[in-house]
Write a protein that binds this ligand. Structure first.
Ligand SMILES: Cc1ncc(C[n+]2csc(CCOP(=O)(O)OP(=O)(O)O)c2C)c(N)n1
Ligand code: SF4
Ligand SMILES: [Mg+2]
Length: 346
């Protein structure tokens, strides 16, 4: 009798299957861009061989902020108040710097109610992967314009947006984030390379991912619809990510590609698409974004990377061990130290 052999399931470099990186079943609308981003997060953490037990998932409020429930079900997680994920993330990292934090936010959560928290997170360069699932509307509360909606964009009801958008990438670069890019939920290859690069980065990695809301913002007149982004997407470069545990064997003409070495030994290879561009030049990144806005292009790719700047943990000169698990004898000043302070105040 013929025996059927079941092929072994693929495991990553730490012996885990892709299924380990999944979470609960999505409750978002079928076709929502946020679901595609979840898939890319699952694949990238699997491919990179990140231990889910090291990961902390953080979010605020919105359809986007529900996403962490749908990936890495065995990781730590905290669903904060609307727009307040950055302070929760900062606290978590101060308590345990050995964690790998991934924050998922929405354009409303980040660019409206949470903008004050966002700007301070960016300027601190906290080591975190911060993803904005950007659909230009408040999806959860039935599709009002958000602050990233383009001027002239039209709602289904016919209402026209007459305010200029906030470009979260330009803002993040200006403020000090050190790995900043934009992608589209429908561009699997580019988004995967960007998230893998973000995992390898040792500072704030801010990715604004255009993610159409099929229920409230996918019609003609919207500038965040699948059709509009497909027609106007201008990728800066063709991106590939080579993790530190794979040999770098790239055959390219140095005039046409740039390699970015990440702190963990991984590499991002950016093959130019007609444009001369240096992703380590902050001024040219800001100029490019301004020009793209003027032309109505949706520029995507890695706009800016700086692997040299100290992150928040290094700046604070924290000990390597998590503060949360240090014994009291190491976190509490002895009585003699307090007596000394009291003496100085006399
Ligand atoms: C303090 C507070 N204010 C307002 C709300 C109502 N509210 C819930 S989600 C949301 C906006 C969500 O938009 P976004 O972050 O873009 O997420 P999306 O649903 O589009 O993914 C608002 C205003 C709230 N929950 N809490
Ligand atoms: S309302 Fe929009 S953003 Fe929310 S789940 Fe549905 S498609 Fe996605
Ligand atoms: Mg939104």
């Amino acid at each position: 009798m013929a025996t059927t052999t079941v092929p072994p399931k693929k495991v990553n470099r730490i012996g885990l299957e892709l299924a380990t990186y999944r979470g609960g079943k999505t409750t978002l609308c079928a076709g929502c861009g946020h679901n595609s981003i979840t898939e890319r997060i699952i694949e990238s953490f699997f491919e990179m061989g990140v231990d889910p037990k090291r990961v902390v998932k953080l979010s605020g409020i919105g359809c986007s902020s529900k996403s962490p429930a749908y990936f890495m079900g065995t990781s730590h997680g905290f669903n904060g108040v609307h727009g307040r994920m950055p302070s929760v993330a900062t606290g978590a990292m101060l308590a345990n710097r050995t964690l790998l934090p991934i924050g998922v936010s929405g354009d409303g959560d980040t660019a409206s109610i949470g903008i004050g928290q966002f700007v301070h997170l960016m300027r601190r360069n906290l080591p975190i992967i911060y993803i904005i699932e950007d659909n230009g509307v408040y999806g959860l509360t039935k599709g009002q314009f958000s602050a990233t909606a383009d001027m002239g964009a039209k709602l289904k009801t016919g209402v026209i947006n007459d305010l200029p958008p906030i470009d979260t990438c330009a803002l993040a670069i200006e403020l000090g984030a050190t790995f900043v890019g934009r992608s589209f939920s429908g561009d699997k290859k580019q988004l995967l390379a960007l998230i893998e690069g973000a995992i390898a980065h040792n500072g704030t990695a801010m990715l604004d991912v255009i993610s159409p809301c099929v229920t409230f913002n996918d019609h003609e007149g919207s500038t965040k619809s699948y059709d509009y982004v497909k027609d106007h997407d201008e990728p800066l470069a063709e991106m590939s990510f080579i993790p530190f545990f794979e040999d770098i064997d790239v055959d390219y003409d140095p005039g046409t590609a740039t390699t970015v070495s990440m702190h963990d030994g991984s590499h991002l290879v950016l093959k130019k698409l007609g444009r001369d561009y240096d992703p380590t030049d902050k001024c040219s990144a800001l100029r490019l974004l301004t020009e793209a806005h003027e032309k109505g292009d949706v520029l995507t790719g890695l706009f800016y990377v700086n692997t040299e700047r100290e992150n928040f943990m290094q700046l604070l000169n924290l000990v390597d061990e998590p503060l949360a698990t240090l014994p009291e004898s190491r976190v509490r000043p002895p009585k003699s130290a307090l007596d000394e302070v009291m003496e100085e105040l006399r």
